[in-house]
Design a protein around this ligand. Structure first.
Ligand SMILES: [Zn+2]
Length: 65
């Protein structure tokens, strides 16, 4: 009963349900399209979603003369 999985903690194998720990750079490479399950050794399609944002604030209070 293979189905699509979606996780924010790491890729979950659609075959056996094993949740991979994304501890290698390729887990975050949007060019990565497949992954071999570390538990059942079956290869499955993987799509990487990344989002990056930046937040900035002054180091000190702005001194409006
Ligand atoms: Zn698996």
């Amino acid at each position: 009963m293979a189905g699509e999985t979606y996780e924010t903690d790491g890729p979950r194998c659609p075959y056996c349900g094993f949740l991979h720990t994304p501890d290698e750079p390729f887990y975050y490479d949007e060019d990565t399209t497949t992954l071999e399950c570390g538990k059942c050794d079956r290869e499955f399609a993987m799509r990487v979603y990344t989002s990056t944002s930046w937040s900035c604030e002054p180091l000190q209070e702005a001194s409006d003369a």
